[in-house]
Design a protein around this ligand. Sequence first.
Ligand code: NAP
Length: 277
Amino acid sequence: MSADRIPLAGVIGHPIHHSKSPRLHGHWLRKHGLRGHYIPMEIAPDDLADTLRFLPKLGFVGLNVTLPYKERVLELADLVTDRATLIGAANTLIFRRDGKIHADNTDGYGFIENLRQNAPDWMPEAGPAVVLGAGGAARAIVASLLDSGVPEIRLTNRTRIRADKLREDFGQRVHVVEWVQAGNVMDDATTVVNTTSLGMVGKPEMRVPLDGLRPGTLVTDLVYTPLQTRLLRVAAEQGCTCVDGLGMLLHQAVPGFERWFGMRPEVDESTRTAVLG
Ligand code: NAP
């Protein structure tokens, strides 16, 4: 790409209208007075491979990837980071000058940065973590918690086989707990994370018993619509430290923005306001 060409980035998915990324990146571009555009693109499954090869020719420097393509882009990329390989999915692509597509996963980074910013006293190594859910997002959460020094993860999922698979992939610090037992393994946990879609607008409410939560436990929810889920509300009433899921979405976008537009953006209150509209 020539030096005077305006850098383009965007997010691909199917559907894409729900994505908050255009609002987020647009806010950062305006705030920092940068040249560049960030565009949502709904791509049909059959067009994915051609699109990835064609967009760099139009001046695209990279993409965010959302459902249902986070796994498939790994096969289409030329270089995949170790963490994206371990997680089995990528959310950030960089189109390099040499024509190669580089795939990374920044979800775990976003998850941990959100906790560091909003619960600075959180000590991952202080005790066991309970992770609810074993879907796509859970893999990044488990990887990042293990990386942060959590001594034990109690992983529980409605469909047990998905949790067993994570244990197989992530090793002995992961212990699978039956879904019906989820409420019974929280009393000595210092971290509790919901990675299921329960509690999200349009989905069933989370019914896991929460009376075992101890004051001071860090409780966080990946669901951010609504911001205040039942899990966070009950946890706050019980004296837990609560962090909502919006910050993860904001922080996971930082590395991509920096690579594409050449400036590391801040995640602050104005970022949240801009994204929430
Ligand atoms: P996914 O792969 O579809 O996994 C969904 C998870 O929710 C699975 O563990 C599933 O259990 C569980 N689940 C769904 N319905 C359930 C029910 N009725 N009872 C019990 N468990 C149920 O989705 P995902 O990509 O992991 O995303 C999960 C949530 O995280 C979504 O709400 C998503 O918006 C959110 N998320 C947030 C961020 C962020 O930046 N804050 C990033 C990624 C994802 P089964 O295996 O039994 O089906």
